[in-house]
Write a protein that binds this ligand. Structure first.
Ligand code: SF4
Length: 367
């Protein structure tokens, strides 16, 4: 039985963060039209025979900023269209200001069992500087609400490189380590030149690569001391609560994707939807790009993605999925193994975590 994940994009946000690169908008008047189109897209999706759903991820945007009834309808449709009884992880992204007890109870009723909060920093001055719609106190309330409703699998996203001092970042890490979270994602700030905080981040708060590496190392040490295991370059989990949905991506698994900017990989075809919300609503065909992925391409992508995981990949699985011998397919692996940039142990190939900081160079050499 082939496993499929489902991603649904809800692009609405109360305000726009100064670094946002996602398909998002603050015009809630488009909400009704957007959901109509989204429901239509889901209804029209053919279900792959002999497949089952492993995970669902509703992201954005801020899914919890739309009326609860919209999310209830969405989950009802997903439950009717796909059999979600096999989905062991159903995540919804929340921003703290919209994670009320009522909203979280609605999600719980819909079968959601994992909450992912966009926290980014615990420092109110940083949050205000980057245009986040919440403060730290609101996050603590949201976290308490999630616990009260019964969620025991809760993630917080953090960003390294925001316009704040190194000490502010260290304070965020130390504070987060004390919180009842099962998962932390630690992303690097990615800025495009048009971003409202671009100037601030390249002048008053510009960090050198060495400083950023120090900050990342500091976070890694503190999180590990607090019981979080780094299972992927940017992701840390406690008690085995890795994000199964993302692990599926990194293992080059299959997924349906719905909504503006969503991607899907169904059988051997990858598609991406239009980025613009207005285009998504108005265009009869929302697919912007589509490509058939050859087995050879898939093998390279599998290696590229799974080497982001601390456990890498199994040579036996590589052979079984692609009918190829890894060492013959990627002859540069010999040199990388010799240099300690790759490791071969217990039938698996992986990048030692001490070399994650040069992962991109390793992949460039290998592929
Ligand atoms: S919450 Fe996320 S999607 Fe919404 S504006 Fe901020 S960065 Fe963009």
């Amino acid at each position: 039985m082939q496993q499929y994940a489902i991603y649904v994009h809800i692009p609405f946000c109360k305000s726009r963060c100064g670094y946002c690169v996602f398909s998002s908008c603050t015009n809630y008047q488009l909400c009704g039209q957007y959901f109509n189109k989204l429901f239509q897209e889901i209804e029209q999706q053919p279900v792959v025979p002999n497949s089952e759903i492993s995970t669902v991820f509703v992201g954005g945007g801020t899914p919890t900023s739309v009326p609860g009834e919209m999310l209830e309808k969405l989950f009802l449709l997903l439950h009717n269209k796909f059999d979600l009884s096999t989905a062991t992880e159903i995540t919804v992204e929340c921003n703290p200001e919209s994670a009320t007890v009522e909203m979280l109870a609605t999600l719980k009723k819909c079968g959601v069992n994992r909450i992912s909060f966009g926290l980014q920093s615990v420092n109110d001055s940083t949050l205000a500087r980057v245009g986040r719609a919440h403060n730290f106190r609101q996050f603590l309330t949201a976290l308490r609400n999630a616990q009260a409703v019964g969620f025991d699998n809760v993630n917080a996203d953090l960003i390294v490189g925001l316009p704040e001092s190194q000490e502010d970042f260290f304070h965020t890490v130390e504070t987060v380590c004390q919180l009842p979270l099962s998962h932390v994602s630690l992303y690097s700030l990615e800025l495009h030149e048009q971003a409202p905080i671009y100037k601030l981040c390249t002048t008053d708060f510009a960090f050198s690569d060495d400083q950023l590496a120090d900050m990342y190392d500091y976070a890694m040490d503190k999180l590990q001391q607090a019981g979080f295991v780094r299972y992927e370059v940017s992701n840390f989990a406690k008690n085995g609560k890795q994000c199964k949905h993302n692990v599926n991506y990194w293992m080059e698994g299959r997924y349906y994707g719905f909504g503006a900017s969503a991607h899907c990989f169904v059988q051997n075809v990858r598609k991406s939807n239009v980025f613009s919300i207005v285009d998504y609503i108005s265009k009869p065909n929302v697919v912007e790009a589509q490509e058939v992925i050859s087995l050879q391409e898939e093998a390279s992508e599998f290696v590229m993605l799974s080497l982001r995981l601390a456990q890498g990949f199994s040579l036996e699985e590589f052979q079984r999925r692609f009918g190829l011998n890894f060492f013959q397919q990627f002859p540069q692996s010999a040199k990388l193994l010799e240099g300690g940039f790759l490791q071969h142990q217990d039938g698996r190939i992986f990048v030692p975590s001490s070399k994650f900081y040069v992962l991109n160079s390793i992949l460039a050499e290998l592929l």
